[in-house]
Design a protein around this ligand. Structure first.
Ligand code: DAH
Length: 339
């Protein structure tokens, strides 16, 4: 009985400071096949009936004391290791606010593309993209632009060295890519960067951005085009803004129009921004020419469509009252930080 008492003291002492590995060792040292307590229990037959009861009872008590001691210690160790893990992996959210640099922001041109796209998305358009390097077929021929058109000259268009590929001069070739891949109905916008061989000034740049729009289905009319562009302009700029559709000419649309909006700054009275006309030219549009539909094997007897092309920088300049397009490309942080 003295031995048993000594064992209890000894083992509780050991358990108190043990780690997981040592706990396993303790378990086998006392309760394993040849463990100290197991041996006592095995030797019970050597005792008198009277002693056997006492020793057996005590040995079993020690056994459960050891078992519950190990269990409790394991719990303690588990909690401590979790707490340690939490301490190590803790993220100090407050430290983010001490980050010494200001957060970046999207370039105003990209912001304008995103804002415009959001309005078109709400009108049911999906978004597609086309390549910036194009062939004659996509940029001109499939769009009904004749072989001898001056826009194809190297003085207007950037050709790659092989002269077979070129940098797209507008996003309209995106229409052809979409229609080649997809059967009608089609309702997409195609935002992207375009290139033209021209010298830059306050309102021209050799690279700028456009958003192309295309809808093809049965029974699409000019009225649908007017409705969708009016809705876009009113949602994007302001409700009730005056706009006008002016007859125009593009090879890939017939009839064609350009849309002007009333100058927001002088309310149409005339100012430097609208060159005293009271109107600002916003976009080109029209009904997709049957030859364009034929080029992509759409049946022009069944399907009609409208298309439009909007200059993103123009829209951004008007929206943010910027009077020089070159500001977008100079990467002057004093300019960019304002957006
Ligand atoms: N591609 C024309 C340009 O760059 C813009 C344009 C006009 C696009 C009429 C169209 C359209 O889709 O229908 O000047």
């Amino acid at each position: 009985m003295d031995d048993i008492k000594r064992i209890v003291d000894e083992v509780t002492q050991k358990i108190r400071s043990a780690n997981i590995e040592i706990l396993e060792n303790i378990k086998s040292e006392y309760l394993g096949k040849n463990g100290v307590v197991t041996k006592i229990l095995k030797s019970l037959s050597h005792y008198s009936v009277e002693d056997r009861k006492k020793v057996g009872f005590e040995a079993n008590r020690v056994k459960s004391v050891i078992e519950s001691g190990i269990k409790e210690r394991k719990e303690v160790l588990k909690k401590a290791s979790l707490a340690e893990k939490m301490r190590k992996e803790k993220v100090d959210c407050s430290s983010i606010f001490y980050f010494p640099f200001s957060k970046g922001s999207f370039h105003p041109v990209l912001q304008t593309i995103q804002d415009m796209s959001l309005v078109f998305k709400s009108l049911g358009f999906s978004i597609a993209e086309g390549p910036e390097i194009e062939t004659d077929w996509y940029n001109f021929k499939a769009l009904n632009i004749p072989e001898n058109h001056p826009v194809k000259n190297v003085t207007d268009t950037f050709y790659l060295n092989d002269m077979r590929n070129l940098l797209r001069t507008h996003t309209s070739p995106g229409q052809v890519h979409v229609m080649e891949k997809q059967k009608p109905p089609v309702k997409v916008i195609i935002p992207g960067r375009v290139y033209r061989n021209e010298s830059s000034d306050a309102s021209h740049s050799s690279t700028f951005h456009q958003i192309e729009g295309l809808r093809v289905d049965k029974d699409v009319t000019f009225l649908d085009l007017k409705a969708v562009l009016t809705k876009f302009i009113h949602s994007f700029f302001c409700r009730g803004l005056n706009l006008r559709f002016r007859p125009s000419y593009f090879q890939f649309t017939e009839p064609s129009a350009e849309v002007d909006i009333q100058c927001l700054f002088c309310k149409g009275r005339g100012c430097s921004l609208c060159k005293n006309s009271g109107w600002i030219e916003m976009l080109g549009c029209g009904m997709v020419h049957p030859n364009v539909l034929k080029a992509v094997n759409y049946d022009s007897e069944i399907y009609t469509g409208y298309a439009f092309g909007i200059g993103v920088e123009r829209v951004a300049m008007f929206k943010y009252k910027i009077d020089d397009i070159r500001l977008f490309y100079e990467n002057d942080l004093r300019f960019l930080k304002q957006f």
